[in-house]
Design a protein around this ligand. Structure first.
Ligand code: AMP
Length: 309
């Protein structure tokens, strides 16, 4: 079992969905990732919060075994994000982003963190992602996410980061934004040219698809849910389950990567059933395994097709 280092945001999110509103709740890309990955392995969190960040959230991270040596507590206010979802919850609008303490974040790693083998560069400024990459001594696996803001404003910096990553994990909307192409297969082929990474495109309520440099394609549906309360953080949670599983196995062959996608998918299905990290706090490996069994039954295509004349 290998440790994972995640750099990203720890935030106060204000979210409105057709199910209700959650003002100033715990969020951030690194938060969701860490709360998912901790189910599988040890997690080291690199992020910054302000003086307004309550100690009960810090305690929650610690109680879940997340290492906070890399979490900087600074004067100023914590990063804040406000978003709203349409009736079709695959469509989201960002209403406000306040970087606050993130403007001064240096992302200096504690010495102990430099040899972490598994790394997730969660959604944050690509300059900070690069700074972290430059401090690592011997990473085994680097996974990376981004978002529309960085694709538009810092594309060159993002492309430099991408030359050094093993998995690029983005949403379908971000893939379209990177390539100006609405066809997911053509878009994936273009993105793969930006590095030597394998690409995972997350499709919200429709699942996820892996595209590799060797032309392998692996697609899985999302777990069908009756009540999607808040999709915020689903992507980061998927990445947490995915990277967490790989670190726990310490293997990177295609079959293990495919299994990791399924674990990421199932872990994310819990996150969207509540606001903030509410459902992730209560989550256990056993609950993930139970839902995984259901999912396997629902998607067991080979025997069905084998019987078709
Ligand atoms: P996701 O739904 O997976 O795209 O992740 C949503 C999370 O990303 C929220 O909890 C936000 O706090 C965080 N977030 C939103 N905008 C940014 C940004 N510009 N940089 C980093 N994190 C962000």
């Amino acid at each position: 079992m290998s440790s994972i280092l995640v750099i990203g945001t720890v935030a106060f999110d204000s979210v409105k969905t057709p199910f209700g509103e959650a003002p100033e709740v715990l969020g951030g890309s690194a938060t969701f990732f860490a709360m998912a990955a901790r189910l599988f392995t040890r997690v080291r969190l690199v992020a910054i919060v302000g003086k307004d960040f309550p100690s009960h959230h810090l305690k929650m991270f610690e109680e879940n075994g997340i290492d906070l040596q890399g979490l900087v507590r600074s004067e100023g206010d914590t990063f804040r994000w406000k978003g709203e979802y349409e009736e079709n919850m695959n469509v989201r609008h960002t209403l406000e982003t306040h970087f606050n303490v993130l403007e001064d974040f240096q992302a200096d790693l504690p010495d102990d963190y430099r040899n972490t083998p598994y790394v997730f560069l969660a959604n944050i400024n690509p300059d900070l992602q690069m700074k972290v990459l430059n401090q690592l001594t011997s990473p085994k696996l680097i996974c990376c996410d981004t978002m529309n803001l960085w694709i538009i404003n810092q594309r060159k910096d993002l492309e430099e980061v991408l030359k050094r990553v093993d998995f690029f994990i983005i949403s379908e909307e971000e893939a379209q934004m990177l390539t100006q192409d609405h066809n997911i297969v053509r878009s994936a082929r273009e993105i793969l040219k930006l590095g030597r990474f394998a690409l995972i495109i997350k499709r919200g309520g429709y699942g996820a698809i892996l595209f590799t440099q060797q032309d392998e394609v692996f697609a899985i549906p999302a777990y069908p849910l009756e009540n999607v309360v808040d999709p915020t953080g689903a992507g980061d949670t998927f990445a947490g389950g995915f990277t967490g599983y790989l670190a726990s196995r310490d293997r990177l062959d295609l079959e293990t990567v495919q299994k990791a996608m399924v674990f990421g998918n199932i872990t994310a299905s819990f996150a969207v059933e509540g606001f903030s990290v509410d459902k992730l706090i209560a989550l256990t490996r056993e609950k993930v395994r139970d839902r995984l069994s259901d999912f396997l039954r629902m998607t067991h295509l080979a025997p069905v097709v084998a019987n078709v004349e």
